[in-house]
Design a protein around this ligand. Structure first.
Ligand SMILES: *Cc1c(COP(=O)(O)O)cnc(C)c1O
Length: 404
């Protein structure tokens, strides 16, 4: 069992007040908080060995390079990638998706088809629309049902020999649905299509094994899993990464440069142009250490308790409707109360120290499906408590009274 009171002591921000009230932070699906262990790594980097990597012969540069490459190995190990050069540092999920979308613009042709799920974040929709515009290939959508689950029988119908790529999130940030990616990947491969999984929302809660999944590309952001903003990772199968052209040109990504011809560096450097977020990469590694020390099984068990408790307490409120009631879901609860605008509730909750998200959660197609402008979203991490859910429910009831 996970000792939540002990864990909370690791997160200095959880001690602060907001508008005179103790902070209740339920916006974890937007970004998670950072434990002292990771903050210490960041301070240590800038205090003791800040230098550019892969270049200098001097000691600081060596130390920074070693720590950065050590963190890559931690990421490789965490996701069970076969090779460390299959782990590409990115600035986050959005960057990883754009890198792959750009690569495929030299592979896709007119008549090819790419499939996206109805449950996607805008960053897993727009780059593919841009790709399809450039290449003349067609974008098709795997539909969802009212529970917020993908309609897998429709997926079977959509897949065909023209399907070249499928992209789907592992967990929906707006509804918390856990998608059946094993099945999605297996079926895509049976028609020869590659699969990119957006893991931004799954990595904080589960530990994916990219080899067991046999996924072609998997992307995530460190800031949703106790790390800093501005860094993330792209996993790609070696064969694919060798096949795709580089995304950006610059330093670090070359073997030799002359005005006549430039040759590119091997993996992973081919995709890592310019000075990266060195400190961020190192801190990402320590965030993984931190979460693994707690253990992803304990995290999942505890977060499921929070989800069940929060769901049953919310459903006691009159006129409250939860969007996203999939059988398989994680600790995200999206809801509305009667005809009250989510923004109004969110504003009053903030006055009472409670941070939730309101709006379309960068997933407008889902909101359109339900014909609503947005929802209130409470998303829990392993450092949240049932007591915080109680505080939230009391505050929510007050807000509803004020607004009705
Ligand atoms: C947050 C999120 C993204 C975007 O992540 P960035 O860190 O902003 O690049 C993409 N997809 C999902 C499912 C997300 O939750």
């Amino acid at each position: 069992m996970l000792d939540v009171q002990k864990i909370r002591k690791d997160f200095p921000i959880l001690n602060r007040t907001v508008n005179g009230k103790p902070l209740v932070y339920f916006d974890n699906a937007a970004t998670s908080q950072t434990p002292q262990q990771v903050i210490d790594v960041i301070v240590d980097y800038y205090s003791n060995y800040n230098a550019n990597i892969h270049r200098g012969v001097h000691s600081l540069s060596q130390e920074a390079t070693d720590a950065y490459e050590q963190a890559r190995l931690k990421i490789q190990n965490h996701f069970n990638a076969k090779h460390s050069h299959e782990i590409i540092y990115t600035s986050g999920t959005t960057h990883g998706i754009n890198l792959i979308a750009n690569g495929f613009s030299s592979i896709l042709k007119k008549g090819d088809e790419v499939l996206v799920s109805a449950l996607e974040h805008h960053s897993n929709i727009v780059p593919w629309q841009m790709l399809c515009e450039r290449t003349g290939s067609a974008l098709k959508v795997i539909p969802m049902n009212a529970n917020g689950e993908l309609v897998m029988s429709e997926y079977d119908v959509l897949l065909n020999d023209n399907t070249k790529l499928v992209f789907v999130n592992h967990i929906s940030n707006a509804l918390g649905t856990i998608n059946p990616i094993e099945d999605i990947i297996e079926k895509a491969h049976s028609v020869g299509a590659a699969v990119l999984v957006d893991g931004a929302q799954s990595c904080p809660h589960i530990k994916p094994d990219v080899q067991a999944l046999d996924v072609d590309f998997y992307v995530c952001s460190a800031h949703k899993m106790c790390g800093p903003t501005g860094v993330g990772m792209l996993y790609g199968k070696e064969e694919w990464l060798n096949k795709l052209p580089p995304y950006q040109g610059g330093g670090e990504m070359i073997a030799e440069v002359s005005f006549e011809k430039t040759t590119y560096a091997g993996l992973p450097h081919k995709f890592e142009a310019g000075t990266p977020n060195i400190c961020g990469g190192i801190a990402f590694g320590s965030a993984l250490d931190y979460m693994n020390a707690i253990g992803f099984d304990s995290i999942a068990t505890y977060e499921n308790e929070l989800l069940d408790y929060g769901t049953s307490e919310l459903l006691k409120i009159d006129d409250l409707k939860i969007y996203g009631t999939a059988k398989e879901k994680t600790s995200v609860i999206s809801f509305n109360v009667g005809a009250i605008h989510p923004y109004d509730i969110g504003t009053i909750l903030d006055k009472m120290g409670i941070a939730v998200r309101t709006g379309h959660h960068c997933a407008q197609p889902i909101m359109d499906f339900y014909n609503i402008p947005g929802t209130i979203r409470a998303s829990f991490m392993f450092y949240n408590t049932k007591e915080e859910i109680d505080t939230f429910i009391v505050a929510l009831k007050k807000a509803i009274m004020m607004l009705s």
